[in-house]
Design a protein around this ligand. Sequence first.
Ligand SMILES: [Zn+2]
Length: 422
Amino acid sequence: MTDLKLEQHVDLLFDKQVEFLSQLVAEKSTRGNEAAAQEIMKNEMASDSARVDELKMDVDKIKHLPGFSPVHFDYNNMINVIGNYGNANGTGRSLILNGHIDVVPEGPLSGWKSHPYKPEVRNNKLYGRGSNDMKAGLTAKVFALKAIREAGFVPNAPVYLQSVVEEECTGNGALACVAAGYKADAALIGEPFDDALVTAQVGVIWFQIKLSGTPVHAERATEGVNAIEAMLPVIAAFKEMEENWNQEKTNYPDFAQHHHPINLNIAEFHGGDWTSSVPAWAVLNLRIAIYPGDSLSERSRQIEKTLQNLIMNNELVKKAKPELVYHGFYAEGYTLPKNTDAESELAIAHEGIFNSSLIRSAITAATDSRFFGIYQETPALVYGPAGERIHAFNEYVCLDSLKNITKVYARFIQNWCGLTEL
Ligand SMILES: [Zn+2]
């Protein structure tokens, strides 16, 4: 079959693909609320004759595995959906196509030009929460496989299309797929990094500091312990740790030229009960990156030491009895091994569609690639469409890019797995 034929089918199906993307974006699939969007994914896979597995999240099945992140959240009602495509007995190379269905909260609606869950196309960009991160990438996988089918073919190897939960907080959704035994010769994740291939990415640790104050009436505030004021030196100490970690970048070739690879996010703050009472409590959630190759236990030891030093040197913090909790991401970074066949095939497919060479980049965010790359020793390619403002107001994906990425996926599947007639 000519490449052209597959690409024509992507073109012919593209209006449907945008419609499908709009349906997915319209479902607010924040953590714990993914079921309706997963139902849409499941039905679409089934309509293409894929056998669909529903994998219920179960902490007991994954908590002993490397890559597990701690959970303080109820996994009731959370499922991964996996479409089994391709010829199970085929002789080609097998493939995992992975993407996450969960999205992060939209923030105040006043910041959005159009409603985050009423997707709108303006200037050939589709706006809405999750449009870019990463429901567009999911549609590219579904429609690349659909185009192959419309052309009268099927991949000549097993292809597992995984729509997973929990990417934005732990990665435990992808880990559950690993635990269930899905494995392939390569993995491709459609995270939106501007038509470039991610060759290195940081890991991420989430941690939480809880402080206990001594409440008194504000009239005698000097007699109490103000849990919110005690958080100020805590923030300063971790900002200093962040800068120290950034100084280490020269030890990590992929990030040595990056202006600021390690970002500490002072992310969520709660505390106090009443404006005329000295606050009895405060909780701060933080996110920090680590370099690929770093040991999680060593980096968490440094976090703990930073807090212990502060307790020794700051009376107010000491009185506020800090507690440290790991409440999400406990994720290693990942570097794609050099010169894999998977990367070469993707580069060829990309160049054929974009007429330009594939750009490689190191990113300062984590993706689910570590589960395949580190824990299954499967080369994990992170490559998806262009857009802007992920985790921000007015997120969008560029539809021209999405169409091209879908064509690249179709061509990659053709070359990686081989095709046989339906
Ligand atoms: Zn993402």
